[in-house]
Write a protein that binds this ligand. Structure first.
Ligand SMILES: *[C@@H]1O[C@H](CO)[C@@H](O)[C@H](O)[C@H]1NC(C)=O
Length: 175
C-alpha cells in the first residue's frame, strides 16, 4: 500500500517534467530560433550559442558581441576568398572592396530582415530591435555562432552566403 503514494508522486513529477520541457521548448523565442535554423540550413549542436547570438548587449551580459567579431571576420574572409578564387590577379583594392561590401551595414540589415531577425533579437526596453546596428550585430553574431558551434569558419561562410542569397532573392522579388 505504501508504494502507491510513491508511485503517484513519481507520476506527478514526471508530468511536471514533461510539461516543463514542452513549455520551455515552445516559447515564442525558441519557436523563432527553430524556424531560423531551418531558414539558414544549419542546426545548432549547442542552441545556447544561437540564443546568445540573438541577444543584444542591452538585454543581457550574455550577448552576441564577441560572436559578432568572429562573424564579421568570417564574412570578410568569405568575400575575399571568393574574389581571389575567381581572379588570382585581383587587386588589393578590389579585394578590399568586396570584403567591405560583404560586410556593409545595408546588405547586412537586408539579409537580417529577410530571415526575420528584427522580430527575434532580444533587446532591452528602449532599444529598437529594428535598428540596423542591432540587426546587423545579431546577423554577424549568428554567423560567428555557427563557426563556434561547428568549430569551422567554413560552415560559417556557407551560412553567410546562404543569408546573402536569401537577401538578394528578396530584393529581386521586391523589384
Ligand atoms: C576544433 O578544430 C580544431 C582544428 O581542426 C581542432 O584542433 C580542435 O580540437 C577542435 N576543437 C574542438 C573543441 O572540437
Amino acid at each position: 500500500m505504501a508504494i502507491q503514494p510513491a508511485a503517484r508522486l513519481l507520476f506527478f513529477l514526471l508530468l511536471v517534467a514533461v510539461a516543463h520541457s514542452s513549455s520551455s521548448s515552445s516559447s515564442p523565442f525558441d519557436a523563432a530560433l527553430a524556424t531560423l535554423q531551418k531558414q539558414i540550413g544549419y542546426e545548432f549542436r549547442s542552441p545556447d550559442l544561437l540564443r546568445r547570438a540573438m541577444t543584444h548587449a542591452s538585454y543581457s551580459r550574455e550577448n552576441g558581441r564577441a560572436l559578432a567579431v568572429l562573424g564579421l571576420a568570417a564574412a570578410q574572409s568569405a568575400a575575399s576568398l571568393r574574389a581571389l578564387a575567381a581572379d588570382h590577379d585581383a587587386s588589393a583594392s578590389a579585394v578590399s572592396r568586396r570584403a567591405r561590401d560583404a560586410s556593409a551595414e545595408s546588405a547586412c540589415a537586408a539579409a537580417a530582415a529577410r530571415v526575420g531577425i528584427p522580430s527575434i533579437v532580444r533587446v532591452a526596453a528602449g532599444t529598437k530591435a529594428t535598428a540596423a546596428p542591432v540587426v546587423c550585430g545579431a546577423l554577424r553574431a549568428l554567423v560567428g555562432a555557427v563557426a563556434v558551434d561547428a568549430n569551422s569558419t567554413h560552415a560559417a561562410e556557407e551560412v553567410f552566403w546562404k543569408l546573402h542569397v536569401l537577401a538578394a532573392d528578396s530584393a529581386k522579388a521586391a523589384m
